[in-house]
Design a protein around this ligand. Structure first.
Ligand code: BG6
Length: 312
């Protein structure tokens, strides 16, 4: 294993590279937002994640791509707080790095209220300070897997409600995101869908239903009661598959994991300053989230939320 991290006091925006030495797999994490910006597994698969060529990496804005973290809200139900919360807009501290035998190489990142208040940059607004909590992101690299584990620790005396989401951007090589033979998502049979563009609601008939990008896609898929763990597959080129799984525990109890599928398509891409007009051909977001029926995190308790990306 090797971890290349520079002194965070003098060069706080330097990305951290986590290398799994025995396989050569590696990930890069930007301390701003603890955003994983690259995952290159063993073999010739190449880059798995998409980052826009116009993404800001100087801390002026959340990084457009990779795996930004949303917490304590998804979207902006509470207008006094930033869209998708404040984790992606704060500078995190690089924590310890270690190996799990030959299996995995890991690095931790931390964010506390004090970090934000002491001027490490970013947003932790008045509303958010009522959340007395600290966050750890564990990033684990294996030969063909990338796992991210977000741990939210309620360090205060009050319970609080929250949502959390891994806003994962996948790279679709060759600009094929709108090609149905090249890019699709499968495995969401029984999930109820809320289409955020048309407001339609329906149930996905079976696990064989393939979800394509045929227009602007912005849908929330909520699991049936008997399926708390998320398990789906993404095709990112003919024959090139990625398995995505996710699970969550709040106060030690399993919490259902939903998933958001997003592609801005042509018109919305043109409205985004940090996303090139044509880049909707190059990506799809598949975003596991603790979005509904999330119990309040009790004092001295934690929420543990994991996403595992496995390339086949
Ligand atoms: C998705 C939402 O998760 O994120 C979309 O469902 C939103 O509605 C998209 O447009 C991007 O959000 P942002 O804040 O990164 O531009």
């Amino acid at each position: 294993m090797s971890i290349e991290a520079r002194d965070t006091k003098t060069d706080t925006m330097a990305p951290v590279t986590i290398v799994h030495a025995s396989s050569g797999a590696k990930a890069e994490v930007h301390p701003f937002g603890a955003t994983v910006v690259s995952f290159i597994p063993q073999g010739d698969r190449g880059e798995v994640l998409f980052v826009s060529k116009l993404a800001k990496r100087d801390g002026s804005k959340a990084i457009r791509g990779g795996i930004p973290l949303a917490f304590p809200q998804f979207g902006q139900p509470d207008k006094s707080m930033p869209q998708h919360g404040f984790l992606r807009n704060n500078l995190w501290t690089v924590g310890k790095s270690y190996d799990e035998g030959d299996e995995a190489s890991c690095c931790e990142f931390h964010l506390t209220l004090a970090d934000a208040v002491n001027g490490r940059g970013g947003i932790w607004d008045a509303q958010s300070t009522e959340l007395d909590c600290s966050m750890t992101l564990l990033v684990k690299v294996q030969a063909t897997k990338l796992s991210t584990v977000l741990i939210v620790n309620n360090t205060g005396e009050k319970r609080f409600d929250c949502q959390a989401l891994f806003h994962t951007y996948y790279k679709i090589p060759g600009g094929q995101a709108l090609n149905k033979d090249a890019c699709s998502v499968k495995g969401l049979g029984g999930y109820s869908v809320k289409d955020q563009i048309t407001s339609d609601t329906y149930i996905v008939e079976s696990n064989n239903v393939e979800i394509f990008v045929d227009r602007e896609v912005d849908r929330i898929y909520t699991p049936p009661g008997d399926k708390p763990h998320l398990q789906l597959s993404l095709k990112s080129a003919p024959g090139v598959m990625t398995e995505i799984s996710s699970m969550a525990l709040v106060n030690g109890v399993t919490c259902p994991v939903s998933v958001v599928i997003w592609n801005p398509h042509e018109a919305k891409s043109k409205t985004m300053g940090d996303f090139d007009d044509e880049e909707y051909h190059d990506m799809i977001c598949v975003e596991p989230g603790m979005l509904s029926n999330v119990p309040a995190i009790l004092p001295c308790q934690i929420a543990v939320f994991e996403q595992i990306i496995s390339v086949l």
